[in-house]
Design a protein around this ligand. Structure first.
Ligand code: PGA
Length: 251
């Protein structure tokens, strides 16, 4: 059985004090949530404070990106080593906002995934199609290519450590989520692809999250789909009550 992972992508929200308060609130309300794994991904500036605030709780902390080099003249960038140094254990890679606004490519996603794994961070690799791609019946092509490239050169042992997040670009921050059936179909396709790249045990163990306007009122119908193993949640992760309600739907 795959334990559900409910992950909050805080994007460019929450200063240090706000991050600490939100983690405290989530921890206070999470008493009945031992059956799911909780992860929050604050901005870099709050990573260390978040890692301190989570101590003694079940909440894990992750970054939202990393650079593939360990150190050097890369103004504005952060390495795996620096992320580990804050106490964070996960890292989101290849989010569609990175792909759209900051020149993320399948190749940089692959490099970042390799670096994260080498550095002992758990990658949460994001894939997903645009609306034009969905309308052109290219969803599975696009998502397969992104997934295949992300895992290029990654060993079976390392692959078992990864998490995938399927996030249809047209559903992110739009209030328009994929239907549970639409999401399930893609998740099953990704799992089949992982099986063909590795084997059935890697595929069965791989957690594939859904992301894109997941909210308390649609979480249950998504999280009860066979191949949906959790959520990567943006807007609704910024408040403890909605994040906890989604997590509870995953029990
Ligand atoms: P959303 O964002 O829940 O606000 O749609 C999801 C994401 O971008 O990870």
């Amino acid at each position: 059985m795959r334990k559900k992972l409910i992950a909050g992508n805080w994007k460019m929200f929450k200063k240090i004090g706000e991050a600490q308060s939100l983690i405290k609130e989530i921890a206070q309300g999470a008493g009945d949530l031992g059956g799911v794994e909780l992860l929050v991904c604050p901005p870099y500036t709050a990573l260390n404070a978040a890692s301190e605030a989570r101590k003694g709780t079940q909440i894990k902390v992750g970054a939202q990106d990393l650079h593939w080099e360990e150190q050097g003249a890369f103004t504005g960038k952060i390495s795996w080593d620096m992320i580990r140094d804050t106490g964070a254990e996960y890292v989101i890679i290849g989010h569609s906002e990175q792909r759209t606004y900051f020149h993320e490519t399948d190749d940089t996603v692959n490099k970042k995934t390799k670096t994260a794994l080498k550095g002992g961070l758990i990658p949460v690799i994001c894939v997903g199609e645009t609306l034009a791609e969905r309308d052109g019946n290219r969803t599975m092509d696009v998502v397969s290519t992104q997934t295949k490239k992300a895992f290029e050169g990654i060993t079976k042992e390392d692959a078992t450590k990864c998490v995938i997040a399927y996030e249809p670009v047209w559903a992110i921050g739009t209030g328009r989520n994929a239907t549970p059936e639409q999401a399930q179909e893609v998740h099953a396709g990704i799992r089949a692809l992982i099986q063909s790249l590795y084997d059935a045990s890697v595929a069965e163990g791989m957690r594939i999250l859904y992301g894109g306007s997941m909210k308390p009122d649609n979480a249950k119908s998504l999280l009860t789909q066979k191949d949906i193993d959790g959520g990567l949640i943006g807007g609704a992760s910024l408040k403890a009550d909605s994040f906890l309600a989604i997590a509870r739907a995953g029990l």
